[in-house]
Design a protein around this ligand. Structure first.
Ligand SMILES: Nc1ncnc2c1ncn2[C@@H]1O[C@H](COP(=O)(O)OP(=O)(O)O)[C@@H](O)[C@H]1O
Ligand SMILES: [Mg+2]
Length: 234
């Protein structure tokens, strides 16, 4: 296991949001965390990343307890986070956005370079002189993945990457995300998009009201009308 989250409880102030949540991700696996708006997906990713650390429970990354570490230490150990707002620098070019993301990383060998990111996503090379503000939603998402890769992550947390993307771009994104596991990166993907999730992930967790309600092969979960109706459809 690259990531083992066990029985975490997370709060915003006095508001209790995650209730004994547990999940696991294996090396090079793409796992989905599916749930409606407000289910606790972002809070789960923020708990792992240390930006909203859990008050109790355990989070192990490669066997090491990280639940009390600050976010920069967690990033340095090899966890990358692509937040739902993507956090691209609008005034910097694509190339500079990638360059700046390479700062502060720890060299784990087999490292990512700008040219390797361009090889994986050739469209980014054609855009390298364009500033972040002039990218489409799909291009921004690709750049956000490229930026995260420049930190040499072993695990990437992606928060609802298909949100706001047109269907054709969702297809492109799926192809890009599936390439990541082939490159040796594990992915924990939060989503509400059922079609996208069943396409890219083999295993999924269903989250609702701050706890995992179901887990299993994505196809089995999404063929279950009861589960879909209860936890996923509007
Ligand atoms: N900064 C915050 N302060 C207080 N409550 C929050 C904050 N962010 C999220 N919440 C609450 O936590 C719950 C889970 O939210 P969130 O993790 O953002 O869900 P999701 O990402 O699945 O939409 C919701 O009830 C939401 O209102
Ligand atoms: Mg969210």
């Amino acid at each position: 296991m690259i990531l083992e989250v066990t029985d975490i409880h997370t709060y915003y102030g006095t508001s209790h949001v995650l209730f004994g949540l547990s999940l696991k991700v294996k090396e090079c696996e793409l796992v989905a965390l599916l749930g409606r708006n407000g289910a606790g997906k972002t809070t789960t990713l923020r708990s792992i990343m240390g930006t909203t650390p859990p008050q109790s429970g355990s989070i192990k990354f490669q066997g090491q307890e990280i639940s009390t570490y600050p976010p920069y230490s967690i990033a340095r150990l090899g966890i990358g986070f692509i937040p739902d707002n993507k956090r691209i620098f609008p005034d910097l070019t694509v190339r500079d956005n990638l360059q700046i993301a390479a700062r502060n990383r720890r060299d784990r060998g087999g490292g990512w370079t700008i040219s390797r990111v361009y090889e994986l996503f050739p469209a980014l090379k054609n855009l390298e002189k364009r500033t972040g503000a002039h990218l489409s939603g799909g291009e921004q998402q690709m750049l956000a993945i490229g930026r995260a890769l420049m930190g040499n992550p072993l695990l990437l947390l992606m928060d609802e990457p298909t949100q706001g993307l047109a269907p054709l771009l969702v297809r492109h994104l799926g192809e890009q995300v599936m390439k990541l596991t082939e490159e040796g990166v594990a992915v924990l993907l939060s989503e509400q998009n059922v079609a996208f999730t069943s396409w890219v992930s083999e295993r999924a967790y269903i989250i609702d009201h701050g706890a995992i309600r179901h887990e299993g092969p994505t196809k089995d979960l999404l063929e279950n009308e009861e589960i879909k109706k209860r936890y996923l459809l509007a």
